[in-house]
Design a binder for this molecule. Sequence first.
Ligand code: GTP
Length: 346
Amino acid sequence: MPPEGGRSLADLLQLVVVTLVVVMALAVPVIHFDVQRRYLDGNLTTLSLLTAEQLMRQVIARNPELWAYEQGRIAGLLRDQVRGVAVRQVVSSEGGETVVEIGTPLPAPLSTHRQWLFDAGRPVGALETSASLRPLLRDSLLLALVLALIGGVGVALLCRYPLARLRRAERDIRYLAEHDPLTGLLNRHVVEALFERESARARRHHLQLSIVIFDIDHFKRVNDRHGHDCGDRVLRQLAGLVSRHVRASDYLVRWGGEEFLILSTHTDLAMARTLVEKLRRLVAAHDFGLAQSITISLGVCGCMPGDGLHACVGCADAAMYRAKRAGRNRWCEGDGVDSGAEGADA
Ligand SMILES: Nc1nc2c(ncn2[C@@H]2O[C@H](COP(=O)(O)OP(=O)(O)OP(=O)(O)O)[C@@H](O)[C@H]2O)c(=O)[nH]1
């Protein structure tokens, strides 16, 4: 597959999501701070079930001497001072003193404040106010959790974006390093590794391996007569044609210039002979859109277990040059295998 170009829609969406997450991650501490401020400003009333006023009504019902409340005053405390203030619990009620604990706006969350209630100069009770940190802590923990989650997702996405681009770039670089840009075939740099792998597999499973090298005949004339661009087109057409007629298990490689190599796996010499003859006929019969026909000369070598790449390629290359010398549009076998065999049209 050739490298993909341009930035995909997925990349763009990912960028938008990452931006949103970053904005949210920045907004959360601001929201957190605002919530804290509201707690400290004394919105504890919203957390209580009873207001001081409601509780004081009950206290007064049990302690009728607190009559002043009905007149807008609870033993020296103005009604407005207790209305809406959160009540937590009645702390104690002893000797005529009723102590109630209420929540109230306080500068510091843990401070406690007690205010005595008087009836005609006589102390009848006290209002004890304290702010609770529990709701603040609970909400802070919740916010911290949300923050951590958002932060985690954000970091994961932030890392994912450059990592995906890096992986794509790595894939593109690997493709360019292993393929010929003109034909899209594998290039000669990968052959060594392929040969190592396939010959090891062949040895292990007692399979045969063959190498074919072929070269366009008089290709210089094509360039000279029709131009270099036309020569390039012929190379691409030839690569496409041959790759459609070799097995999926064969590797077709642009060996260099107008020369190609086939590493044919699971193929003994007899099968390779059939292959090269098939290719020779195929190319000779193909219409490349030129006034002249295009032919190829091929050399084939059946590799023996333990044969190295250079020995096999050298054997196939020498056979191919013998085919050239013998008149082109033909194939020869490598010297090491059988110097006599060759094929060509009569
Ligand atoms: N258009 C094009 N031409 C190439 C490319 N690579 C090599 N060639 C040309 O292939 C030609 C090879 O010429 P020669 O080595 O003389 O071989 P030939 O003309 O094919 O003759 P024989 O191989 O002896 O049949 C040269 O003209 C090179 O410029 C390529 O990528 N594109």
